[in-house]
Design a protein around this ligand. Sequence first.
Ligand code: NAD
Ligand code: ZN
Ligand code: ZN
Length: 369
Amino acid sequence: MAQRSKAVICREVNKPPVVEEIEVDSPKAGEVMIKLDACGVCHSDLSATNGTIPLPPPLILGHEGAGKVVEVGEGVTDLAVGDSVVSCFVYSCGECRYCKTGRLVLCNDASKAYFTLPTGDLRTKDLSGNPLHIFSGVGVMAEYATVNRKNVVKIEPDIPADRAALVGCAVMTGVGAAINTAKVEPGSSAVIFGAGGVGLNVIQGCAIAGAQTIIAVDMVDKKLEFAQQFGATHVVNPNSDGDPVAKVREITGGAGADYGFECIGLGSVAAQAYSAVGKGGTIVVVGVAKMGDMTSVPTTLLPMEEKIITGSWFGSARPSVDYPRLLGLYKANRLKLDELVTQTYSIDDAPRAFEDLEKGVNARGVIVF
Ligand code: NAD
Ligand code: ZN
Ligand code: ZN
């Protein structure tokens, strides 16, 4: 049954998002409709509103949601009404060579679901009947969303939705970057540039993996306090402590860190991460920079330093395996989710959640429905 729903929408790039009533259609074959309970506010949502991530408005924001299935489309046999689910912001077909080799985030069809369902269809329209795009094929900053079955993972029902939602992006992306992508080794050292929702989870991913030295770099002291709570052993604020690369070298006895993570989305910081990492180390770019942004590395040193530069998308997730693992770690008190949710907002208050994200107020702000 079609549902009336409030949704947070980017109507116009470089304008604050707006909250509107919309209509969400029933799921077709291979789709499910979910009633959202919570959705985190990620910097990528903000990036869609300011053109850093170029997606066409009008666009329903949100890609970090948790809720319950209220309707299943034809052919969906492994989900039922009432199941608790968390969204995935990368569509994986399950059939292409990347999916078949376990690299789901590189799926050849992922780009089909950047702002529509993977079929190219939309089940969302405004009250004038005009179609509304959906961020990352999900658009879950809304009371209801109809999404492809492959864009959700079933979870156990006993986990509070405002916690579970964060596994849909910040936690999977951050912890996954440390554990799945970089494969951080026990006893190693890591530097994390940017201690926002994603960076804090890289920090806790490094801690879970047993890194000995975890250095957080951020311009905001409050973020560095959060960083310590999430496992950082050292913090650096470039505004008061000076050049972060020199600081990292100092902390690591001159060697540089074994791993460097860029969690902001700036080529200049990716270059800092390159320099802060020692010989043979790994640089992981997680932040999404604006189109055209470039980074540079010292070409002469590339061969003799044997550093590895890589990206990490959605924490190199295998969501149906990784979400339950992460939530299991949470239940075992080994993964912090409660501490991430520093503020919740009603959907009507969503524009303020975006302002707070820009100001750097929260570890993660979460909209609860
Ligand atoms: P956030 O706004 O919560 O955090 C960013 C942090 O960077 C803030 O704490 C800010 O103070 C800090 N910062 C900004 N400029 C800095 C600088 N020059 N030096 C040091 N610190 C600086 O954002 P988030 O939600 O954590 O997202 C971080 C980035 O990751 C964004 O670019 C987002 O689009 C991207 N992202 C990537 C993926 C992925 O799959 N790779 C997934 C989600 C988000
Ligand atoms: Zn995100
Ligand atoms: Zn695929």
